[in-house]
Every structure is written in C-alpha cells, then in structure tokens.
Design a protein around this ligand. Structure first.
Ligand code: SF4
Ligand code: MG
Length: 333
C-alpha cells in the first residue's frame, strides 16, 4: 500500500497568557491511498488540532513545534503558505460540523461549488457549472439544475451538508478531512450522510479522515481507527480490532458510551475530566479517570505496546508482567 499521509512525532502547542498548552504531544500515524481512517476522542483530545495542523489552519497563537507531515511527497509542516493555499481545497478537501457557518449566505450554491474549481483548475465557467451539477447529483440532491442557482437558506441541514461534501470533492482531492460532519444533524440524516460518505469512498478515489467523538460513527465508514486522548494516540488498529478486541480502558469507555437509539439505554459517559494540557501529567494521561490504574501509571507514560497485527495500545495493562484484566466490552461475536 502506498502512503498518502505520514505523520511523525507531531507536536502542536498554543501559546496563551497562562502558558504553553500542549494540545498535540507527539502523534504519529499514516494513511494509505484509498483508505478511510477514523480519529476518535472527546473534545480536547487533540483530534481536531492534529488535522488543523495538517491543513495549517491553526489559530494565530498555535504553532507546530516539532514533527513531520509528509503528504504526497511534501512536508506540510514546512511548505510555504503560498503552496499550502494551492493544496487546501484542491488536493485536500474539508468538511466541518456546521454547514451553515461554512457556506456563504449571499452566494448561490453554484457559485460556491465552482469557486475552488475556477481558482485551481484551468476550466471555463460553463464547464465548472456542469461539473457542479454532476457533483450535486452524485451527493443525492434532487433537481440539481434548479438547485444550483439557489442560496444556502433554501436547503435543509442535511442537504446543506451534502452540498458541503460536493464542494469538498469537486476538485477531486486526494484527501478528504471531515471533522464531526454529522454532529449537528439528527440521527436519520446522520445515517444518510454516513451512508453517502461510504458510497463516495468507493465511487471516487479519495482517502478519508473522519474525526468524531462518537465511535459509532466511524464503524461503517473507516477501515482503521486512531483513539486519541490527552494530545496522544492511545490506541490504533483495524476497526474490527478496536470494536472486538479493544486494549485500552479509554477505548472501553468510548465503546460503552456509543448511543444505541434502538435499545433506549442510557449513555454511560466516562466520569471525570480530560487532563490539563498546560501541565500534562508525567504518567498515563488517563490515570485519574481509570479504574484499573496502577502505581506505574502515575509516574511513567505507557508506550504504544504492540498488541496485534497493526494494533497498538498505550496502556500498562499490555505489559507482559501486568495483571490480567478482561475487557468489559468488545468480543461480542
Ligand atoms: Fe489505566 Fe494505567 Fe492503562 Fe493508563 S496505563 S489506561 S492508567 S491501566
Ligand atoms: Mg473538534
């Protein structure tokens, strides 16, 4: 498999009046061409900041401190802002949580859809509009020829998110980054949008990174999952491994908190707060919330233990001398 994205030891910090917030503390992972990777964690885990670092869209007080972001042969941590502008929206497409704030209310859908095409590709306005109609059709918007001259407020929330997906994909980017793309939508529409992304992954040759706080969202779309906590990747593996053989207590907590609309069960959120990244703990960042925490967890950061084929987990329970603990979730088949 050819790697499209290869991130090594990425560290990103924000410099605030109270000090340096270490939001991403040494993250390494890769994405193969044609693959869909899920990045899952609570808010503040560093998942969005990792991808904002890749896009180089950090707030003014944010900075990549260290590491390498190899994308198709270039290190995005080092390319000029000018080159980055050519990559953004052209080679890397993005979808965010709230399509209403990402769409411009005073421009027609057609004008917004064709903007990146006209900017980055040598194409006539007429051909760009034709392509826009095709894209709207592809993402399941009825009567696209008519819809193209309408404004964002004339679309429902689900339809607007479809437009955002069309907009992100119209330049045929090598990578699509979707950050909580379904969080603002109701459950039925959420399922439709995820179905659409799965479908598009097969139709268009785009690799996907899907960022979400909900493990349930990535289950059907992604081949692999990174679980993030406290600015670190704490577990990584194939989707089936994460669901059926999870090896980190934080992943166990995330699995227990997946909403199940059919069972009408109450959610079991993970008790406690994420670590303060102004003063990151010396040991395991999950230790204060972990019911399995041992002495070593307080003082020593667990390495990413190899626990299976391409499956790693940063938890001392995976050390050969650790007490045997049965995962309370997973292995459900
Ligand atoms: Fe819990 Fe220790 Fe594992 Fe951290 S390393 S998740 S504190 S058992
Ligand atoms: Mg976020």
């Amino acid at each position: 498999m050819e790697k499209l994205l290869d991130i090594k030891n990425l560290k990103t910090s924000f410099f605030t009046h109270v000090g340096e917030v270490k939001a991403v503390r040494g993250v390494s992972f890769h994405l193969d061409k044609g693959e869909a990777l899920g990045i899952v964690g609570e808010s503040g885990s560093g998942k969005s900041i990792t991808m904002m670092s890749v896009m180089r869209l950090l707030a003014d007080n944010g900075k990549i401190i260290d590491g390498e972001i190899m994308f198709d042969g270039r290190d995005l941590a080092k390319v000029s802002e000018q080159d980055m502008q050519k990559i953004r929206g052209n080679e890397i497409g993005m979808i965010f949580q709230d399509p209403m704030t990402s769409l411009n209310p005073v421009l027609t859908i057609g004008d917004q859809l064709t903007e990146h095409l006209l900017k980055h590709k040598n194409i006539s306005k007429q051909d760009a509009m034709k392509k826009a109609v095709e894209m709207l059709k592809l993402v399941g918007i009825p009567s696209p020829e008519k819809r193209i001259s309408q404004y964002p407020h004339e679309f429902s929330g689900g339809m607007r998110q479809r437009v955002m997906i069309a907009m992100a994909l119209i330049t045929e980017p090598k990578l699509l980054i979707a950050d909580e793309p379904t969080t603002a939508l109701d459950v039925t529409i959420q399922a439709q949008i995820l179905e659409l992304m799965k479908d598009l992954k097969d139709k268009i040759n785009t690799s996907i990174i899907l960022i979400t706080h909900d493990l349930g969202v990535v289950a059907d779309v992604c081949n692999r999952i990174n679980v993030m906590y406290g600015g670190l990747v704490v577990e990584t593996g194939k989707t089936s491994e994460i669901f059926y053989n999870p090896r980190h207590p934080y992943t166990w907590g995330l699995l227990r908190s997946i909403p199940n609309p059919k069972a009408k069960e109450r959610l079991k959120p993970i008790d406690g707060q994420p670590p303060d990244l102004l003063k990151p703990p010396a040991g395991c960042p999950f230790a204060p919330r972990c019911e399995y925490a041992m002495k070593v967890c307080m003082t020593h950061m667990p390495p990413l233990f190899e626990v299976g084929d391409n499956h790693r987990a940063a938890c001392w329970l995976n050390h050969k001398d650790a007490p045997k603990v049965e995962a309370p979730v997973g292995r459900r088949h």
